[in-house]
Design a binder for this molecule. Structure first.
Ligand code: FES
Length: 61
């Protein structure tokens, strides 16, 4: 995965920042949104963000 790729353009949030949020204890889309702001503006990236969160949470198990 390209951790420097931006998943949320509105908030300039990268894949790596989503991973950092999950590693930091965020387990749900909502918690990751609180930490990163991803998906809180136009919402176009929401499904992508959701999938990333699910993937990173799964990788932690
Ligand atoms: S691209 Fe993520 S809220 Fe707009």
């Amino acid at each position: 995965m390209d951790y420097d790729k931006i998943v949320c353009n509105c908030c300039q949030v990268t894949n790596g920042m989503i991973k950092d949020a999950v590693d930091g204890g965020a387990k749900t889309l909502e918690e990751v949104q609180d930490v990163t702001g991803a998906g809180t503006v136009c919402g176009a990236c929401l499904e992508d963000v959701r999938h990333l969160v699910e993937q990173f949470v799964k990788e932690q198990e």
